[in-house]
Design a protein around this ligand. Structure first.
Ligand code: F6R
Length: 246
């Protein structure tokens, strides 16, 4: 296959439905699949459609497990804007994924140790079969902001002002976005056997072009994906506009 394998759809909903159908097919083919999951606006309709597939019958998460890309540091457990709360409300609470099989980075206590343990847990599970990724307007993947090393591992990182601004709407009025988070590293992400990156809307067009048509550089973290053998990019026409113009 060509890298990346671009799958361009006429609308946002056609794109996210196709991602959900791809995930459902992969889960059906490999019930004990180890999923790498992402959060953010892009994945709200993806998980909603995946839950629909589950409710339609014939799909089970009972043998699956998942590892999320990232989590904010410093939010009280259960905070509405935490990625744990997002995963519970958009996916985990609605499917038969066993309790304890949906992992997110630990963000309390000794964070360095927790990061090493997260890497060890991924390795002990056998590595990630399919990693979902969104893309930041600045080219970030997970919370690997521009400048992140391509061999970086799970660690605590500072969020850029643009990322904090982009995620502000997820927080109750008057609250600020935490300045730091724990994220899988780019090196961690590159070890997944398959990567599915999803980009919706014109605001992602430039990041997509820089990531896949520009040169590989830590200034655009997603450009690291050029060195991965199996990357599928699901996007709508608006996000694909600059890639297509090439
Ligand atoms: C989320 C994550 C981020 C988002 C990216 C796009 O777990 O790691 O990299 O995928 O910021 O976010 P949305 O989809 O809100 O545009």
């Amino acid at each position: 296959m060509t890298n990346p394998d671009f799958r361009i759809f006429p609308s946002a909903s056609a794109t996210t439905d196709a991602v959900a159908a791809h995930l459902a097919a992969r889960l059906a083919a490999q019930p004990a699949i180890r999923l790498g999951l992402a959060t953010g606006n892009t994945f709200v309709p993806v998980y909603a459609a995946l839950v629909e597939h589950y409710r339609a019958g014939g799909l089970s998460f009972a043998q699956a497990c998942s590892f999320n890309l990232d989590e904010y540091v410093g939010l009280p457990p259960g905070h509405v804007a935490s990625f744990r709360a997002y995963m519970q409300s958009h996916l985990f609470d609605h499917v038969d994924l066993p309790e304890g099989h949906g992992h997110l980075p630990a963000v309390e206590g000794d964070i360095e140790l927790a990061c090493r343990n997260y890497e060890a847990a991924i390795a002990a599970a056998g590595g990630i079969d399919l990693q979902l990724l969104g893309i930041g307007r600045n080219g970030h993947i997970g919370f690997n902001e521009p400048g992140s090393a391509f061999d970086s591992r799970t660690r605590q990182v500072d969020l850029t002002p643009s990322t904090q601004e982009a995620n502000k709407a997820d927080f109750p009025a008057g609250e600020t976005v935490p300045p730091t988070a724990v994220t899988m590293g780019i090196g961690t992400i590159l070890e997944a056997r398959e990567i599915v990156l999803v980009a919706i809307g014109a605001t992602k067009a430039e990041a997509l072009q820089t990531a896949f048509r520009g040169k590989q550089t830590p200034a655009c973290p997603a450009s690291a994906l050029q060195m991965h053998a199996k990357v599928l990019v699901f996007c709508d026409e608006a996000a694909a506009s600059l890639v297509r113009a090439d």
